[in-house]
Design a protein around this ligand. Structure first.
Ligand SMILES: *Cc1c(COP(=O)(O)O)cnc(C)c1O
Length: 217
């Protein structure tokens, strides 16, 4: 597959959904990929990438930033409170705001550091005990709580359960976002990004379909 094919499949999906060209942002999820593969995608002009670990991003991206301008880095994995400061240093957007304690830490850091990444609130649409995210029933209150702290919440994010029809989860996320007046929808991965676009995704997170299979992680 690769970048060009995924970009053209995104364009087709936008057209089919009668959405404006370029309305969906492609986050190339580069976690655990060899640097050479990441560099190849950078050399093709792509600048928007996703990582799921702060540590890995901190080790890998400062070097790429010296070689390539305007890199737009997204944290798509869970975040420990004690790594929040480092996350502020490396990421332009964080997709995994999932609990009040983390929101409070972000608010404090935003004050102290004078900037805050764009934020997506992760919703545990499948109510899976092992998965991060705010429960659907608690989403409205949490959005309000984040807004009261002046956090720059752009939208919602979900990772559907692997053994369920993703569309149901994308629709639920769309509904929760709409009733909260949020425009951003971070949903859809390699296997289902076209479905997500048809249901309103503004950000798709695609890894293996661009870079090839991951050997770990
Ligand atoms: C790894 C990962 C992706 C990309 O998954 P692929 O199936 O390789 O496209 C997307 N979102 C999150 C949160 C991830 O951890």
């Amino acid at each position: 597959m690769g970048l060009q094919e995924i970009a053209s499949r995104i364009s087709d999906a936008e057209r089919q959904a009668e959405r404006p060209a370029g309305s969906v942002k492609l986050i190339a999820v580069s976690k655990v990929q060899p640097n050479a593969r990441v560099e190849a995608v950078l050399s093709q002009g792509h600048r928007c990438f996703g990582e799921n670990r702060v540590q890995e991003a901190a080790a890998k991206w400062p070097d790429f930033r010296t070689q390539f301008n305007d890199i737009d880095l997204h944290l798509v994995g869970p975040l420990q409170t004690n790594k929040a400061r480092q996350a502020f240093d490396h990421f332009q957007t964080i997709h995994s705001l999932d609990r009040p304690k983390l929101a409070k830490t972000f608010a404090r850091l935003a004050q102290e550091m004078g900037h805050c990444p764009k934020l997506f609130i992760q919703i545990n649409t499948g109510e899976e005990p092992q998965k991060a995210g705010v429960l659907p029933a608690e989403a409205d209150a949490f959005v309000a709580e984040c807004r009261a702290m002046d956090l720059p919440v752009q939208g919602l994010m979900c990772i559907p359960p692997i053994d369920e029809e993703a569309s149901l989860h994308f629709s639920l996320l769309t509904k929760i976002a709409a009733r909260n007046g949020l425009e951003g929808l971070s949903m859809g991965m390699s296997a289902d990004f076209e479905k997500a676009i048809s249901l309103g995704a503004t950000h798709v997170r695609v890894g293996s379909a661009i870079f090839g299979e991951r050997t770990s992680g």
